[in-house]
Design a protein around this ligand. Structure first.
Ligand code: FES
Length: 140
């Protein structure tokens, strides 16, 4: 294994730290943003080999992207690139995408663009709420 972009960024624009609810491991992703582009992304983790491999992949996917494009990197994008990862390790692959999104959220809040972020979240919540309502109706 030869992971890319492991370590820390001096004066990062945003930092995201997430814990894995399944195993309790931690992931930190730091981003450097210049003119709306992620010019550098680095990670540190107390996770397993699968978490390190997927973090390395997420940093490769995110560097050079705009904030909007990087927010669209999903857990599924990571999973699709992981040929041969056993199902029992899939929870490890979620850490990197979640930590990347947390770092971007941190950056946007610091920049006073939290309102834009809230708009995105509200749209997501509406969808989820509609699904739950549909399930309840079916169950009744
Ligand atoms: S077992 Fe914890 S991140 Fe993989």
């Amino acid at each position: 294994m030869n992971p890319h972009h492991m370590g820390e960024i001096e004066n990062p624009s945003g930092v995201g730290v997430v814990g894995n609810p399944v195993c309790g491991d931690l992931m930190q992703i730091q981003i450097k943003v210049e003119d709306g582009i992620l010019t550098d992304v680095k990670f540190k983790t107390f996770g397993c080999g699968a978490a390190i491999a997927t973090s390395s992949m997420v940093t490769d996917l995110a560097i050079g992207k705009t904030i909007e494009e990087a927010l669209k990197i999903t857990r599924n994008d990571v999973a699709e690139n992981l040929e041969g990862l056993p199902p029992v390790k899939m929870h490890c692959s979620n850490l990197a995408a979640d930590a990347l999104h947390a770092a971007i959220e941190d950056y946007l809040k610091k920049e006073g663009r939290g309102e834009w972020l809230n708009g995105t979240k509200k749209a997501t919540k509406k969808k989820t709420g509609a699904k739950k309502g549909a399930r309840r109706r079916r169950a009744a």
